[in-house]
Design a protein around this ligand. Structure first.
Ligand code: PMP
Length: 427
């Protein structure tokens, strides 16, 4: 018997520097999708670098485009007063506040911004955080718990879904903007949970429509629920002076527990906030992990947002221009036979294409015609709801909108006439 008395030790696995993530099926899937798109000659519309400021027009690689892909809703990004405020703040406080506000990061400009936001929303107080996404995640994650229920419109933003997941509360979606379904869910479930939080958006960024806030408020009162309204796409957009969906409907802002907003759109900065009662805002400042354990908003971003808020208050004609442009775009798009879904024609107007490859192809063809509008494709929306989204600003002109709508209708017809990219490839 030549067998060794003791079994040989297994060979040690070869050492490698770091894990190769292409071993993950989901990473390989993304790589395959990209390779397939390249084979079909569909350029990648994402991550395109812009040369400078993006407003009604933008410059990409030296060429000027009509821009319908930025959230610069009331045209304040790059406004001389906003730039000057940011510059002065950097000169006074430096680029960073270098600590959480709880420790050494508090600056007087943080209070000024929070006062301006509370004024605009008509609430007692506000609290600002370093990102809109983080604001939803930490606020919802922190305020709700296991044993609570969160009722969300099915189209709410990812940051709301993430916050709900973090909270450990039960989350139930209701079909988009179906307030009868919301009422049924409240009737069936209210008694089973300690706290119930309803979450809607002031304007939905996929469909460009908005809920009947008066009815939502009645429902939350009737069922003793809390309400969070995400005003990312409605502040500076809805209402005669841009104070959002409460102003649009004449709802008392103090009927709503939590107003959430971002600083990255109308306020031409970066960050997020909650506006509401003083008690709520003080509680979040003292305990919300995304506030307590994160750096304070940078001086430039803080001052830029404050000046933008002041300009919004001072120049309501910006809101009127945005609203006129949104209505004009919607009317022109409908007249041209485009499918704009349920859009109400304010900050967001989708043009539904019906398949992801078609939406990407249309976006690329528009780029060739000098128009920057980006696709939303599966899995962000259902395949048959793949679309282009047009973000409207006060800086667009009617002539520009007319041309863009006409070219979009023409190119969409050409995309449809050519069949899908897959069909073309196998022909
Ligand atoms: N809420 C909604 C409805 C949004 O659309 C967004 C981002 N577009 C956010 C929150 C997150 O805001 P931010 O990009 O400022 O982090």
């Amino acid at each position: 018997d030549r067998r060794p008395a003791v079994a040989a030790a297994p060979e040690p696995a070869p050492r490698r520097k770091a894990f190769d993530f292409t071993e993950l099926p989901q990473v390989r899937q993304l790589q395959m999708q990209r390779a397939a798109a390249e084979m079909m000659g569909i350029g990648n519309p994402f991550f395109r670098p812009h040369d400078g400021l993006a407003a009604g027009t933008t410059t990409i690689d030296g060429k000027v485009y009509d821009n319908f892909a930025s959230y610069n809703y009331v045209g304040l990004n790059g406004h001389p007063e906003v730039v000057e405020a940011a510059r002065t703040a950097v000169e006074t406080y430096g680029v960073s506040v270098s600590a959480s506000r709880v420790v050494a990061g508090e600056r007087p400009i943080h209070r000024e911004l929070e006062e301006a936001l509370a004024r605009i929303h008509g609430t007692e107080a506000a609290v600002v955080m370093v990102s809109g996404h983080a604001t939803n995640v930490t606020t919802i994650g922190h305020m709700m718990n296991k044993g609570d229920l969160i009722l969300t419109d099915q189209l709410v933003h990812n940051s709301i879904a993430e916050g709900a997941r973090l909270s450990g509360a039960t989350r139930i979606n209701f079909p988009h903007d179906d307030l009868d379904a919301l009422e049924r869910l409240l009737a069936e479930n209210r008694h089973k949970y300690e706290h119930v939080l309803i979450i809607v958006e002031g304007l939905y960024s996929m469909d460009g429509d908005f809920p009947d806030l008066r009815r939502v408020v009645k429902l939350k009162q009737a069922y003793d629920a809390w309400l969070l309204v995400d005003e990312a796409h409605s502040i500076g957009v809805l209402g005669a002076t841009g104070r959002g969906i409460a102003e649009h409907y004449g709802v008392d802002p103090n009927e709503v527990e939590m107003w959430m907003g971002t600083l990255s759109k109308t306020f031409s900065s970066c960050g997020g906030y909650i506006a509401g009662s003083r008690v709520l805002c003080e509680y979040l400042k003292a305990t919300a992990p995304g506030f307590v354990f994160s750096v304070g908003l940078s001086p430039a971003l803080t001052a830029a947002a404050t000046r933008s808020a002041e300009l919004l208050e001072r120049e309501p004609e910006r809101v009127a221009r945005l609203q006129a442009n949104g209505q004009h775009f919607l009317k022109a798009a409908k007249a041209a036979g485009l499918d704009t879904g349920p859009s109400a024609g304010y900050s967001v107007v989708p043009v539904i294409v019906g398949d992801s490859i078609g939406a990407v192809t249309l976006s690329n063809r528009l780029l060739e015609r000098g128009i920057n509008a980006l696709p939303i494709i599966f899995p962000a929306v259902a395949e048959k709801a793949a679309r282009l989204r047009f973000f409207i600003t006060s800086e667009h002109t009617f002539e520009q909108i007319d041309r863009v709508v006409a070219v979009t209708a023409e190119e969409l017809a050409a995309v449809r006439a050519g069949g899908s990219a897959v069909e073309r490839l196998i022909q």
